[in-house]
Design a protein around this ligand. Structure first.
Ligand code: ACM
Length: 632
């Protein structure tokens, strides 16, 4: 053997020994073995106990690896003994385990995927993908050795409800991107895609009984600029910004998601957030008049955006809408929204007041509860269950409602105490539209939910019956998210944190090892050409005033083992600048800016943050950037 070959071989072995195994979400148990399985064009996909669904999952794997490897792997069925160099899909209905449990055994000679259900196998395939080199994420041909490290994994999800919500009303994202979004959820073993289909800024689903919902309600004037500060529509201006999904599109997407073991939860947000409905059908308001699909113009209280609960035609409308929706989505629930309904126009309506009198309702909240209870009957008449945001607790919960808790955990706890099921999605942990780093270096939004906070999310609070907490969800509202690149920036890496929280055992979670795993995943996201934020590496700048009224500055980082350098003299800091050593800083006389940068292993890592003295002053006591309700 010539020398170069020996060196190459040695180098390959070295590399193989060093390849870290960085699975997200972290499996329940993982034992590393020796050596690697090499995927080649001759690797057989062997299906033991074949059925149509297992074949489909196996085919899914074949397609996933096809473009980057250039291989068209072939299948073999019912082979009794392990043929060498095969990946074996073994449906084992006797596995006494959770239906979605799987085992994945990678040896140098074969790979066994064993699961109680095809769904479990699908999750094994996702793990297997993450064991392959990062180039597997690329959708063009890549020249590499397709090594899979020997490993023995047993894995199962912690929660049954592992969701991500996407708002397609504030900005419309086309069908093809929705499929790509679903692919991303599948990779991280989510099983629920909550689709926020309607809001004040656009109605996005074709409803045959009410065609104006999409011919009028799906379109608005084109605007850019800060949300809630935009210019109103002018008379005669073209309303051409928006879009909607036809029922054909919806069926296609539902099937696409189902093939990836993701169930789509449709949301029609009522009685509030209904301006797009009223633009199309003003007769469903209490006050009447002319309504305009909102383009990000501030309107709270000036414009009615609530359905009128005393109007019987509203219930006829909802009966038809939910009737069509229940035919399109197999999900057992329909989400009816229920959040942030402004009730001022109900108060002014003689019909609403008469209804309250007739029904013995004392408050506007009880009137809302009356509305939700009627909607629950409609939803149930379509064979579905109702889920709504935690405002549906106000005035009394509908008898069988499930609560999605967004204003913290307290709504979820209150619902569970009343023996109702709960999905936890508290804004301060899992709202993916909030800032994930210093507002001075992030795209404009509101509130704050850093990655570390997202990772610390624990869906099951103490003192409630565990089985009532179905799981949790991250929510991506899109007021300030106009493009898919921006959408991904908000999603990653927080979605990885949420995935680990909802799938992995609580005791398997570890912030430090999670941040190390992220390095690997960022490289994979690059291959997949997906955008992500690196805000976790930026400094956190907090200020407070001491007893004498002097501003003190604390610098810190989310990720351990980083160094922080700063200047007050206007120069850009580097690792020769003063280093922050944990002692709070005082502002030197006549300083005009504080500039901060982070380093890791003597290399610049985070973005430079530049703050004026006014910025520092303004953030005293509010470094967390308090949350304001979006439409208040
Ligand atoms: C919500 O964020 N309004 C549910």
């Amino acid at each position: 053997m010539n020398k170069i070959l020996i060196i190459l071989l040695f180098w390959t072995l070295q590399l193989s020994a060093q390849t870290p195994i960085h699975i997200i979400p972290e499996p329940s148990s993982l034992q590393k073995g020796m050596g690697d399985f090499i995927l080649t064009r001759d690797t057989k996909i062997s299906i033991i106990n074949p059925n149509a669904e297992v074949r489909r999952v196996a085919q899914f794997f074949i397609e996933m690896v096809n473009l980057p490897t250039g291989y068209k792997l072939s299948t073999a069925e019912n082979i009794k003994f392990h043929s060498s160099k095969s990946i074996n899909f073994i449906l084992d209905e006797k596995m006494l385990a959770a239906p979605d449990q799987y085992t994945l055994n990678v040896t140098t000679k074969f790979i066994d995927i064993k699961a109680h259900s095809p769904q479990g196998m699908f999750y094994a395939v996702q793990t297997l993908m993450q064991l392959l080199p990062k180039q597997i994420e690329n959708n063009t041909f890549q020249k590499t050795i397709w090594k899979i490290p020997a490993v023995n994994i047993t894995d199962a999800p912690r929660y049954d409800w592992r969701g991500i919500m996407l708002d397609v009303s504030r900005h419309f994202f086309p069908k093809e991107y929705i499929k790509k979004f679903i692919d991303q959820l599948a990779r991280l073993k989510f099983n629920t895609f909550h689709w926020h289909l309607t809001d004040d800024q656009g109605w996005r689903i074709e409803i045959k009984s009410y065609p104006k919902l999409t011919s009028v309600g799906a379109w608005r004037v084109q605007r850019t600029g800060k949300w809630w500060e935009r210019e109103p529509a002018k008379e005669g201006e073209e309303r051409s910004y928006g879009g909607f999904y036809t029922q054909e599109d919806i069926r296609e997407i539902v099937k696409y998601a189902q093939d990836r073991y993701i169930s789509i939860l449709p949301e029609v947000d009522v009685p509030g957030h209904s301006l797009a409905i009223l633009a199309a059908y003003p007769e469903f308001s209490c006050g009447g008049g002319k309504f305009e699909v909102n383009a990000g113009v501030k309107f709270y209280k000036d414009v009615e955006n609530t359905l009128c609960p005393s109007n019987e035609q509203v219930y006829v409308f909802l009966d038809k809408v939910f009737g069509e929706i229940s035919q399109l989505f197999p999900h057992p629930y329909i989400h009816i929204g229920g959040d942030e309904a402004y009730k001022g126009y109900w108060e002014k309506s003689a019909e609403c007041q008469a209804l309250m009198k007739r029904e013995g309702l004392k408050t506007q909240e009880e009137l809302q509860s009356y509305f939700v209870k009627r909607v629950e009957k409609i939803v149930q008449s379509k064979g579905k269950r109702l889920i709504g945001w935690d405002e549906i607790l106000e005035g009394g919960l509908a008898p069988n409602a499930t609560v999605m808790s967004w204003r913290g955990m307290k709504g979820g706890i209150a619902a569970a105490k009343q023996n109702h099921q709960v999905v936890m999605s508290p804004w301060e942990y899992v709202y993916l539209d909030l800032y994930q780093g210093d507002p001075n270096v992030e795209p404009v939004t509101y509130g704050m939910a850093r990655l570390k906070k997202a990772y610390s999310f624990e869906p099951t609070p103490k003192g409630v019956e565990e089985k009532l907490i179905l799981g949790g969800q991250g929510n991506l509202w899109t007021e300030s998210v106009p493009t898919t690149r921006h959408l991904e920036y908000m999603l990653y890496p927080r979605i990885l944190a949420i995935s680990e929280t909802l799938w992995s055992l609580k005791e398997k979670k570890n912030w430090q090892s999670f941040t190390q795993k992220l390095e690997t995943h960022f490289a994979r996201l690059d291959e997949a050409k997906l955008n992500y934020a690196l805000s976790m590496y930026d400094a956190i700048v907090r200020t407070e005033k001491d007893a004498a009224g002097k501003i003190k500055i604390e610098l810190s980082t989310e990720v351990d083992g980083m160094d922080i350098y700063y200047t007050f003299d206007g120069t850009n800091p580097d690792n020769y600048s003063p280093k922050y050593r944990g002692q709070m800083l005082e502002i030197p006389k006549s300083a005009t800016t504080l500039k901060v940068i982070t380093y890791q292993n003597n290399k610049p890592k985070g973005k430079q943050i530049t703050l004026t003295m006014k910025d520092l002053q303004d953030r005293v006591g509010r470094y967390k950037i308090e949350f304001f309700q979006k439409c208040l």
